[in-house]
Ligand binder design. Structure first.
Ligand SMILES: Nc1ncnc2c1ncn2[C@@H]1O[C@H](COP(=O)(O)OP(=O)(O)OP(=O)(O)O)[C@@H](O)[C@H]1O
Ligand SMILES: [Mg+2]
Length: 392
């Protein structure tokens, strides 16, 4: 007997429904749109097929995140000619999911659909779905200028590279296109000419990314632009997002130093990240800004994603002019997710010598605290994966 008989399949995208109709014999097929996907209830479908080419990727990422938050989400197959890595990363939060790159045959569609419905664990682990994905992307932004976002991004990327032991390593991407400081902090060259981001996004490819990244340490590459006051006017949203997709495809981990002020690509870039870290210093204006920025970001992120607040430059003596942790958390109206000690000597010496604090001052409390933050983020990531595997 045809094992697909009676299975409920929801197809999103005008081209997919007729294809599924002619391929998946015996299924109960519903042709729907993004609105239907957003209102899907548990048990409405055994399999959701989505044509990503016909959909707005931000709306689709939000709908996928909402699916992932459902108690028993349906198996989901995403098809398309060019699937943004950020979107695929969101897809993989689902317990049973796979991607099918266009062009594909009706046999490919049938095989992928059946594998997802009947062999969920195998489908989730299929090399096709995982090979093109980075393990993680962490985005770092400052609540106010000078709060330590670049320092944090540099140290997180360095720490990940030291631990990774992966051939694909870590890429630190400085998206402060006009005046990024990551290269200067690392004593490295910013090699990506801003003019390359002004060309049409289609012309940006993996070879170009490889040509313009600078190796700064074993397993750590930097992608940054030289100073250009007009940089933001000379780049397009599509180009910046294409660069992020390509970097995400090429590296095991990506850390992004984000500009504080919002650009037309900010929400996409943050939505495609696994973690968003808002770095604040311990002054009341900075804490209030951290709270507002975190709320603003959270409102625009896919459901279930929440920025983490990192309090930087904590002094060991919790008295004097700086607010105490309790006072800080009152201003934030929430708990801080991590704290990084203040160590001006280590931070200044490393910046002046060019290189991470973990290299020049490995015993600094900053290094110890960043290590604890990395441990926490990796442990949470592992717990999330384990929960997904258990559910599958
Ligand atoms: N934990 C720390 N202890 C002492 N100094 C620190 C610490 N973190 C950062 N700094 C110092 O604070 C200054 C600002 O840091 P950084 O440039 O990383 O901030 P930013 O948020 O990226 O700034 P911008 O808004 O210009 O991008 C630098 O001089 C840096 O060395
Ligand atoms: Mg900075």
């Amino acid at each position: 007997m045809n094992p697909l008989i009676g299975r409920r399949v929801l197809a999103i995208g005008a081209n997919l429904a007729p294809l599924a109709q002619g391929t998946l014999f015996g299924v109960v097929l519903e042709a729907g749109n993004m609105e239907r996907l957003r209102t899907l209830a548990p048990g409405d479908a055994d399999l959701v097929l989505i044509d990503a080419d016909g959909a707005d990727s931000e709306g689709l990422a939000q709908a996928l995140a909402a699916l992932a938050a459902m108690p028993s989400p349906p198996a989901t197959l995403l098809t398309g000619a060019r699937l943004p890595a950020a979107l695929v990363r969101t897809l993989l939060r689902l317990e049973r999911s796979d991607v099918l790159e266009a062009p594909f045959s009706s046999d490919d569609l049938a095989a992928a659909a059946e594998a997802l419905i009947f062999a969920p664990a195998m489908a989730a682990a299929s090399p096709k779905a995982t090979a093109r994905l980075p393990s993680r992307c962490w985005a770092v932004t400052g609540a106010v200028g000078g709060s330590g976002a670049t320092t944090m991004a540099v140290e997180l990327a360095t720490m990940l590279a030291m631990r990774a032991g992966q051939p694909r390593g870590v890429c630190l991407v400085d998206l402060n296109l006009a005046d990024g400081a990551a290269a200067a902090y690392l004593g490295a060259k910013a090699s990506l000419p801003i003019g390359e981001l002004g060309v049409s996004a289609e012309r940006i490819d993996a070879g170009m990314i490889a040509a313009f990244t600078t190796q700064v340490a074993k397993g750590l590459d930097l992608l940054a632009c030289p100073r250009d006051p007009l940089a933001f006017n000379r780049t397009s949203r599509e180009s910046v997002l294409r660069v992020l997709d390509l970097v995400s495809d090429a590296y095991e981990s990506v850390v992004v130093d984000m500009p504080r002020h919002r650009r037309d690509w900010t929400v996409d870039a943050l939505s495609g990240s696994d973690e968003v870290l808002v770095v604040s210093e311990l002054t009341v204006p900075a804490l209030l800004a951290a709270r507002s920025l975190s709320d603003e970001i959270e409102a625009d992120l896919p459901v279930g994603m929440k920025p983490r607040i990192v309090l930087n430059r904590l002094s060991t003596r919790m008295f004097g002019p700086a607010p105490s942790m309790a006072e800080a958390e009152r201003a934030l109206q929430r708990k801080a997710d991590a704290g990084i000690s203040s160590d001006w000597e280590a931070a200044a010496a490393s910046a002046n010598l060019g290189g991470p604090i973990s290299h020049h001052r490995p015993k600094s409390k900053i290094v110890r605290d960043v290590a604890a933050l990395v441990d926490q983020l990796l442990a949470d990531e592992a717990a999330l994966r384990a929960a997904g595997m258990r559910a599958a």
